[in-house]
Ligand binder design. Structure first.
Ligand code: HEM
Length: 362
């Protein structure tokens, strides 16, 4: 067992975890008995992976609720208990902490801060940030809806809902060990993710050598971006044009003819004749041998009146090398004119169990 495993296991034991995960253990996430339809049926115990990352396994619906918590935080434990009690069978919940959650004496995860504005962002304060993010996911929309209602009605007096958004993963499926979905712009997403196996998820988790607080080891930084998409404008473009903007075919194939599960040879296309230099995938991951160290897990949203887009979500152990490096490269992408980021935030997903509450409520 590695040192990280030892620390993580110790955290879990201290918090009596295996059980503390809201919604139950692996079975609640559909891990048990998936047989050949799931990628991870044989990869063992996921109880020490935060629920949000375990949600990388097939799930079709999700909701994010960000709350501002009352001070002092004495009511946090009671609030978490209520959320867990409100969680319907078939739904899982996970918690994540915003920078404003922490008091001056707390050991804050080193990189946690308010999500900055990136070029072109128009962050609405009432849809951004928050002390606590509750992430609800599962296969049945009704279970998610009832869980959201339960949480909303139970939040007061411990916290106030700051924002809430529902998302879905149309055509959610697992192929070649990767969770795939079709986004509202007719493209399949998820290929460029590292695989969904245990080892890959591990790569998004904080390790002991990162000089992070002890309670945070085994957790992960989560970035959420509510990105509105100009679907009308996009739908006027030809499929070929759209594919040159993304840099992949709608079904995931590469523009230079490389099969979907292999690496394209960008070096053989230095001027971007086949895969444009300002295409999404070429800027997001210019070196296919070392893809960005993030695990993406986005949902589609539709709030009516043409307000559709993606709830982009990704997990990583290092924000600077992960999301921020990719986001900065994407500033010049040809897709930018279709996108408007209106909300979201930076959060820290604690390792499973109650160790974080023990460490932070004193
Ligand atoms: C509305 C916004 C976005 C749309 C429609 C979108 C769409 C896509 C699509 C269709 C792919 C190709 C299939 C796949 O590998 O999943 C992709 C890949 C990728 N996207 Fe996005 N994306 C969006 C935002 C972002 C953001 C904000 C980031 C990170 C800052 C990002 C990072 C990536 C990465 C790293 C890949 C994999 C590239 C590769 O492996 O070649 N995307 N995206």
């Amino acid at each position: 067992m590695s040192e990280v495993d030892v620390v993580r296991r110790r955290n879990l034991m201290a918090s009596g975890v295996a059980v503390a995960l809201a919604g139950g253990g692996a079975a609640a996430y559909g891990l048990a008995g998936r047989g050949s339809t799931g990628p991870d049926a044989s990869s063992g115990d996921f109880s020490d992976i935060p629920a949000q990352l375990r949600g990388l396994l097939p799930e079709r619906h999700a909701a994010l609720i960000a709350l501002d918590m009352e001070r002092p935080r004495g009511g946090l434990r009671e609030f978490v208990k209520r959320v867990r009690a409100a969680t319907e069978p078939g739904a899982s919940v996970g918690f994540a902490l915003g920078a404003t959650f922490f008091g001056p004496k707390d050991s804050l995860p080193r990189q946690l801060k308010a999500m900055p504005h990136f070029a072109g962002d128009l962050l609405e304060p009432e849809m951004s940030h928050g002390d606590l993010l509750v992430h609800i996911a599962g296969d049945r929309a009704a279970a998610i809806r009832r869980t959201v209602e339960g949480i909303r009605s139970t939040a007061s007096p411990h916290g106030n809902v700051r924002w809430h958004i529902d998302g879905s993963r149309p055509a959610n499926r697992v192929e070649g060990g990767k969770g795939l979905t079709r986004n509202p712009f007719h493209f399949t997403e998820g290929f460029g993710n590292p695989g969904t196996e245990r080892e890959t998820l591990d790569r998004a988790l904080i390790t002991t050598d990162q000089d992070e607080p002890q309670w945070a080891v085994g957790g992960s930084y989560q970035v959420v971006r509510i990105i509105r998409f100009a679907t009308d404008l996009w739908d006027k473009d030809s499929v070929r044009e759209q594919e040159r903007i993304i840099g992949r075919r709608r079904d995931g194939g590469w523009l230079d003819g490389t099969p979907v599960d292999e690496r394209p040879n960008y070096a053989a296309d230095p001027t971007g004749r086949l895969t444009p230099l300002d295409s999404h995938v070429r800027l997001a991951a210019p070196d296919r041998r070392s893809p960005p160290p993030i695990v993406r897990r986005s949902y589609s949203y539709d709030r009516g009146n043409g307000d559709t887009g993606i709830i982009f979500s990704c997990f990583q152990r290092d924000l600077t090398q992960g999301f921020e490096a990719a986001q900065k490269r994407l500033e010049g992408e040809s897709m930018a004119k279709y996108l408007l980021t209106t909300g979201g935030g930076y959060f820290f997903v604690p390792p499973p169990g109650d160790g974080w509450m023990d460490a932070l409520t004193h």
